[in-house]
Ligand binder design. Structure first.
Ligand code: ASP
Length: 319
């Protein structure tokens, strides 16, 4: 646990997203281009930032500048490497990452598994571009600063619309509203109110012990190909067969309900497994997690959605 008084540096890493996006009109919340403004610019636009920092130094770095719908493994690796670099500096108390909302939960889960540090890494974002009449990015960034400096903060967290989420629980659940994220059954890790952090019961925070440091060094082009497929009415085995023929190494199946899978897929999935493809099962339900041992397929770590289960399986396959 970190003592806020000893923190000397907060590092802010920019990756793009709507928080750095611009539109031609202040009333346009959807027809904008993500990843246009540098992270330095975003910080300079926040009134009251120095008050929150209370004398701590700010270091910022632009690691990427993209719309997070286009996030890729090479960017993840570069981001993880920069995080590892800064977290190893004794005078760095924690890291804030500005990120698009679309794949924020995947990046959060990836970083949670590859970074081994007690220091906090806080992802934040916005739903409206920086040019909006009332953008939400500056407040989210300010809240993330309050969280990263809080002595209770640890691990990878996400901050949006005044709520703090764990990397494990966070999921984008709404395409438009400002409070676009939910932690589902787990609930928020805490809240930021008037610059003050209020934590939920720390006794309920699960410890995450998975560390797959090979992702920091193995070239991203060599990372195993793991795909997500969904079971649905009219599902067709050709989807599985095509992926296997193309060389997929792992498949995460988002099953219906409590992990049921369309009969048309099951035989093809069994054949895929027999050919050495790793198959993991999760649910396509937006809430809850698989209960019991619902299918013959091996389950993904409980409580992960299909996209985070994909990250976990890929890291597992990397050893
Ligand atoms: N497409 C954007 C992104 O994820 C959406 C956002 O940031 O809200 O980068």
């Amino acid at each position: 646990m970190l003592d806020a008084k000893k923190i000397q540096k907060v590092v802010v890493l920019g990756t793009g997203g709507t928080i750095a996006g611009t539109a031609a009109s202040a009333s346009d919340h959807t027809g904008y281009t993500a990843g246009q403004l540098g992270v330095q610019h975003l910080l300079e636009a926040i009134p009251g930032l120095n008050g929150v920092l209370q004398g701590d130094a700010l270091v910022c770095e632009q690691v990427a500048q993209l719309d997070s719908k286009d996030m890729d493994h090479a960017t993840w690796q570069a981001l993880a490497q920069r995080c590892a670099h800064w977290l190893a500096q004794p005078d760095v108390g924690g890291i804030v990452i500005t990120h698009g909302t679309d794949t924020l939960e995947e990046t959060a889960w990836f970083l949670q598994q590859v970074l081994e540090t007690p220091k906090p890494v806080v992802l934040t974002c916005s739903m409206r571009p920086a040019t909006a009449l009332t953008p939400d990015g500056p407040q989210n960034l300010l809240d993330a600063m309050a969280v990263v400096r809080d002595p209770m903060a640890r691990g990878v967290l996400a901050v949006c619309a005044g709520r703090i989420h764990s990397a494990h629980g966070v999921q984008k659940v709404h395409p438009y509203r400002l409070d676009a994220f939910s932690s589902g059954d787990a609930g928020s890790r805490g809240w930021v109110e008037q610059g003050r952090v209020r934590w939920a019961d720390p006794g309920s925070w699960p410890m995450v012990h998975v560390h797959a440091k090979s992702a920091l060094s193995l070239p991203a082009s060599d990372w195993p190909w793991v795909a997500v497929l969904h079971s649905h009415a009219g599902a067709d085995a050709r989807q599985v067969n095509a992926l296997v023929a193309a060389g997929v190494k792992g498949l995460v199946v988002a099953g219906t309900g409590n992990g049921t899978v369309h009969q048309n897929l099951l035989t093809a999935l069994a054949q895929a497994q027999a050919q050495g493809v790793a198959v993991r099962l999760t649910t396509r339900c937006a809430e809850g997690q698989l209960v019991g041992q619902p299918a013959a397929l091996q389950m993904a770590p409980r409580g992960l959605n299909a996209y985070k289960a994909r990250v976990s399986l890929m890291l597992d396959l990397m050893g």
